[in-house]
Design a protein around this ligand. Structure first.
Ligand code: HEC
Ligand code: HEC
Ligand code: HEC
Ligand code: HEC
Ligand code: HEC
Ligand code: HEC
Ligand code: HEC
Ligand code: HEC
Ligand code: HEC
Length: 407
């Protein structure tokens, strides 16, 4: 026992010294508040026990930077081109990663090489394309769940926008720099950035984190279908599928755009501006395109008008205090049918679309008729009530007279 204590007393100072992170303490002494050593406590690596030495190499027990630089395996600061390999030393090492977190993928570098960023980095030695730390930041890296992280969904548009919405920075590539601006105005951008709806796509949900196209989609054009499965399913079966493939029109963007997706309206269909159909179809193009566009619009307008009338009738029945629960539920079914009718636009086929519109119309007719019935009942009851009160009053007067006449 005494021996053990002796050994412990002998070794504790050694252990403390060896465990001391001189990199951190010395760097904290001279770096500004936003220097690596100060912000590093927010870094996911720091939180998982990965220190300066694990990335940069060197020896944390040394007290002099010059000595650190002489340690074999000191990596120093990687250049822009070296960063991916610097990170991949761990992140592409399946055995290493399995010991830390078996759930974490090890394909980031492989995928990155297939992206425009990776291709240009390696092929052209392009110093302006994104490497790992352009997106992940450095020394305060987080994962997609940490609010401070540059890859958190709410921050991603600005992480990408830092380069992509900077016209000077992007000038030499001749590509647009309006993606962030357009995205901010879109249904998706508003849902993500204003409503804080994490189900709405950020840039990486469409473009993928690392690769050229997200998994499950052959190309970027199919990406909308990963969330809007019903519309994509209808589209694939529609006459547009082959025609669009042949002409290289992307399947959803052609009508909805990619970054500036706005809330669709019925005005997008029909034979008058701002209908999207008339961009390609005309009376004499030899297809049923325009005819269908007109018929679709007619169907939708019919249900919308029917719904309005039903709603007015129902409101009157409600203000008259009638039992309207059934009709209120039926009006919700009309709304459902209207949603389905609009979704069925993507079949571009009258036979698929019309049953939903016909159902919607039939439901509005029922609501209208039943509400009218309730209103009639109200007047009938009121008349009945009037007669009944008159009768009771007469009875009361009769009774009163009778009582007065009694001795
Ligand atoms: C006694 C203080 C001290 C210690 C200990 C120390 N550094 Fe440094 N380090 C410095 C100074 C000073 C610089 C130079 C800063 C400059 O030139 O702007 C520096 C520079 C660096 C750089 C920039 C690249 C380079 O080579 O100049 C890296 C990376 C770095 N240190 C990492 C480490 C790591 C990792 C450790 C621990 C193994 C460590 N430092 C230990 C003081 C220290
Ligand atoms: C996850 C890996 C990783 C860890 C851990 C890490 N660094 Fe770095 N560090 C980098 C990368 C990558 C760069 C290159 C940054 C760049 O090119 O802008 C860098 C750059 C630096 C630089 C020079 C550039 C600068 O920002 O001033 C210093 C100094 C530095 N690190 C110090 C440290 C210290 C001190 C620690 C521990 C507190 C640390 N690093 C932990 C990856 C790491
Ligand atoms: C020394 C090995 C090592 C190096 C080098 C390294 N990492 Fe890591 N990284 C890890 C480990 C270990 C984790 C934590 C895994 C866990 O436990 O969840 C991690 C976590 C991460 C995470 C968070 C993953 C998640 O979803 O939680 C990101 C992002 C990340 N690293 C990016 C980078 C980038 C970018 C670089 C290069 C600048 C880099 N790493 C360099 C080992 C390393
Ligand atoms: C164009 C921006 C971008 C580049 C370049 C990039 N990443 Fe990522 N990375 C992301 C985004 C966005 C996520 C998703 C964030 C999340 O869910 O944690 C991510 C996720 C990760 C993760 C978490 C596990 C995973 O695969 O989802 C790791 C680890 C990672 N990146 C490492 C790297 C490494 C290593 C490199 C360089 C070879 C790199 N990243 C390059 C944007 C980028
Ligand atoms: C460090 C700056 C930088 C960051 C950050 C960055 N990119 Fe890029 N990106 C570029 C450059 C430069 C190109 C090359 C342009 C080219 O070749 O057309 C490019 C190319 C692209 C392309 C291909 C454009 C084409 O030519 O069709 C896409 C898509 C793209 N980036 C998406 C993103 C997304 C999404 C993010 C964020 C997750 C992001 N980028 C972050 C600089 C950046
Ligand atoms: C809803 C899906 C979606 C979202 C969200 C999205 N993109 Fe795109 N993006 C696309 C599609 C689709 C294309 C067209 C690609 C093609 O035709 O090959 C595209 C094209 C691009 C291009 C190539 C140049 C251009 O404008 O055509 C860049 C750069 C780009 N996006 C960056 C971004 C950035 C940055 C964000 C976030 C602010 C973002 N994207 C958000 C789907 C999306
Ligand atoms: C990551 C999932 C996701 C992806 C990918 C996606 N969307 Fe969306 N989209 C949503 C969500 C969530 C909403 C609802 C936003 C809201 O709250 O208004 C939405 C809304 C819409 C709307 C408005 C619907 C309405 O009734 O108001 C249209 C149109 C749309 N998306 C088209 C597209 C197109 C086109 C693409 C591909 C370029 C696409 N979406 C990619 C999730 C996605
Ligand atoms: C970007 C161009 C484009 C837009 C926009 C467009 N179409 Fe088409 N449409 C086509 C092409 C191309 C064909 C195939 C014509 C052929 O078979 O020769 C087609 C075929 C059709 C067909 C099948 C016609 C037939 O004779 O079998 C219908 C129906 C149709 N479109 C309806 C619509 C409706 C409704 C809209 C508006 C919501 C619309 N289209 C918008 C390009 C477009
Ligand atoms: C030929 C033009 C055209 C194409 C291609 C197209 N849409 Fe639409 N989309 C429309 C029109 C028109 C409406 C408006 C319906 C209404 O409100 O009356 C619409 C409405 C929508 C809506 C809102 C209504 C609903 O279904 O909930 C979503 C979401 C949507 N589209 C997604 C997509 C997706 C995803 C794709 C690709 C698979 C796509 N659209 C392809 C024309 C098109």
């Amino acid at each position: 026992m005494k021996k053990l204590i002796f050994i412990l007393i002998l070794f504790v100072p050694v252990l403390v010294l060896a465990g001391q992170n001189n990199c951190l303490t010395c760097h904290q002494d001279f770096e500004d508040d936003d220097g690596p050593s100060h912000i590093f406590s927010r870094d996911v690596h720091s939180q998982k026990g990965i220190g300066c030495v694990d990335c940069h190499g060197g020896d944390a027990s040394l007290e002099d930077m010059d000595e650190v630089r002489e340690v074999r395996g000191y990596r120093g600061v990687p250049s822009h081109r070296e960063v991916p390999d610097f990170c991949a030393r761990c992140h592409s090492d399946a055995t290493y990663m399995r010991n830390h977190n078996p759930a974490l993928a090890t394909d980031q570098l492989d995928k990155y090489k297939t992206s425009v960023h990776g291709e240009r980095l390696y092929r052209n030695n392009d110093k302006k394309v994104a490497n790992c730390i352009s997106c992940h930041s450095v020394h305060e890296m987080g994962n997609g769940k940490m609010p401070h992280s540059s890859t958190h969904p709410f921050n991603i548009p600005y992480t990408c926008g830092k380069c992509h919405s900077n016209p000077e920075y992007m000038a030499e590539y001749g590509i647009a720099t309006d993606q962030l601006h357009n995205f901010e105005q879109s249904v998706h951008g508003k849902a993500l950035l204003e409503k804080r709806d994490a189900g709405a796509p950020a840039c990486n949900d469409c473009h993928s984190n690392h690769g050229a196209a997200p998994p499950g989609t052959e190309n970027l054009a199919a990406v909308c279908g990963t969330c809007h499965a019903l519309e994509a399913e209808l589209f694939v079966k529609s006459p547009h599928n082959d025609a669009f493939n042949e002409k290289n029109f992307p399947m959803c963007e052609t009508c909805h755009s990619n970054h500036l997706v706005v809330k669709p309206s019925d005005a997008m269909i029909g034979d008058k501006p701002p209908s999207v159909c008339i961009r390609c179809h005309s009376d004499n193009d030899g297809t049923k395109g325009l005819e269908t566009a007109k018929a679709f619009r007619g169907m939708i307008d019919m249900v919308v008008a029917g719904r309005e009338e039903a709603h007015i009738a129902l409101r009157e029945a409600i203000t008259k205090g009638m039992m309207t629960t059934d009709e209120e539920l039926r009006l919700k079914e009309v709304d459902q049918a209207l949603i389905q009718t609009r979704t069925q636009v993507h079949s571009f086929n009258m036979e698929d679309m019309s049953p939903h519109a016909v159902l919607g119309k039939a439901l509005t007719d029922t609501v209208k008729a039943n509400s009218a019935g309730l209103i009639d009942e109200y007047y009938f009851r009121r008349k009945g009530l009037g007669l009944a009160s008159l009768f009771i009053t007469l009875m009361a007067i009769g009774l009163y007279i009778k009582i007065r006449r009694l001795p």
